[in-house]
Design a protein around this ligand. Sequence first.
Ligand code: TXA
Ligand code: MG
Length: 325
Amino acid sequence: MTEVLDRTDRGIARAAELLRAGELVAFGTETVYGLGADARNARAVAAIFQAKGRPHFNPLICHYLSPEDAFRHVTPDARAERLAEMFWPGPLTLVLPRRVTCPVALLAGAGLETLAVRVPAHAVAQRLLAAFGGPIAAPSANRSGGVSPTSVAHVMSGLGGRIAAVIDSGTCRVGLESTVLDLSGPAAFLLRPGGVNLEALEACIGQVRRGVTLDQAEQSRTLRSPGMLVSHYAPALPLRMNAAAVAADDALLAFGPPLPGARLVFQLSAAENLNEAAARLFEGLHWLDAQGGALGCARIAAMAVPAHGLGLAINDRLSRAAAPR
Ligand code: TXA
Ligand code: MG
């Protein structure tokens, strides 16, 4: 059952309480309805991917009440500060380097070293952020591959029964998603056209490269700084998937009862729960890499994870990490 909450202080308080409990709440923004979760709670973030049926862990946008709040989690440069002053709150998302102290779950940023941040203008989004008191990760509140929702009816027809609640927030003024601008390198890249147009951005910060896909932007970033800005987190240790046995110098990424004999074990989910495993995946890769490296492990051996539900996304990430470099 999905609760439909109204925009009263009581409705907003209930939504904040659900978010604190790790539940999913859809809420209106000036662009489209977002499917929100506590960005610091990896399990709640994993539940977003599950509810949407997203096949891959696309990075999510983190929503903040103010630019000051956002810039406590990412490092702004002069361009970002100027854009924030001009367009926030509003339909602009900035991709910036994460601070080392950033408490947002790695899964929310898909393991990237950058984080997409936005300060929404819609009154319901702002009141929810204020009541919740923390960052809210939110993709558009539709099933993967579906059309973005701009009303409660849209949200309910796609996600009704799959999420805890939706706040009836009225209409979405902009009606299409935010502009996503990558400012993590010296050149500004337009990753997605949206609510703030290109001319307005260029009037504020000068030339913006357009027609660039996320992959191309990542490639050029990687070329500028090989090994430093690996786009999708790849561990330093080589990784072997679908391990059926373990060598003494393996660091084991376990799913269910661990294979015997590994020097080091990180358990994704003892109960073989795919949601829990997804929530812990990036933590596990980071941890095995650091600890395994220190203990002289030669590689990470990942146990098989079933390829259904969130298991598809987990296997996608593992196969990227296992790909020859
Ligand atoms: O208007 C919007 O942006 C809505 C509302 C709810 O805020 N949200 C939204 O989220 O459209 P989503 O998940 O549907 O789209 C997020 C976009 C994706 O294209 C994703 O690849 C990109 O932002 N993105 C997120 N984090 C990124 C990162 N660290 N680097 C590059 N691109 C990123
Ligand atoms: Mg979307």
